[in-house]
Design a protein around this ligand. Sequence first.
Ligand code: BV8
Length: 235
Amino acid sequence: MRRLFVLTGAGVSAESGLGTFRDPGGIWAKFDPMKLATPEAFAADPDRVHAFYNLRRRNLLSAAPNAAHGALASLATGLAARGGGLFLCTQNIDDLHERAGSAQVHHMHGELLRSRCLGCGARAPCRDELKTATACGACGRAGRLRPDVVWFGEMPLGLEAIETALAEADLFVAIGTSGSVYPAAGFVETARGFGIRTCEINLAPSDNAAMFDECRCGPAGEAVPAFVAEMLDGR
Ligand code: BV8
């Protein structure tokens, strides 16, 4: 029975109004990632980094999942009912997969709605503004909280579980990602190495498109529900 590994990127949340990174006018066109999404940037100017993530947190709280998120939640349920499975790995730090009903989401780049204390390591839900003055709920100290996301130069989360899930899959699908950031961009090559069929679903062919056995182009809100219907109809 079908065991799928699905990797999502910013393109799956684009129709929910959250910006992508590398499209024209995207987040990295407006902000320099090296000044905002690295530990060094945070150490140099925590207030600027907090302001960047506070803005994205506010946008996220006013956004809603789109049909692609909902379809992937249905895919997990449908595959499980048929004795198969879905490993949903996302590069995104939003919670739209969860809000659409996905019960198991692997956030390899962390989560925007969570903070982490650099002093005591405590992780906690975070739906408000984070400031340098915000005190940690666990150790009580201020000036030590950061967004619980993976910045450039930091180790993505759960790479062992990802490798295991990739090895067990019979289909690898990348949805709404430009294939620019590693190690996520290398997963398609790992899948091919395991002899697994690979499919890309993207608005336009990504830089990685040649690595895929199949490419389906179109907005995720249309292309993903169509793909899921095919998967669950056994076509
Ligand atoms: C690592 C979280 C070591 C924060 C992000 C020097 C030092 C250390 C590492 C490196 C280095 N030089 C290079 C590296 C590796 C580096 C890297 O890959 N850099 C790139 C820029 C070359 N990677 C790292 O640093 C990683 N850590 O390497 O640790 C290590 C060593 C060995 C083994 C393991 C680890 C950590 C990377 C994580 C960085 N954090 N985000 C935040 O969000 O602020 S990255 C950021 O980019 C997001 O996570 C995002 O998800 C990710 C990838 O972007 P995409 O999701 O693909 O989004 P993008 O805009 O690019 O593309 C959107 C796509 O959607 C487009 O194709 C578009 O066509 C499509 N689309 C648009 N609309 C739609 C659509 N598709 C469908 N429907 C639509 N409607």
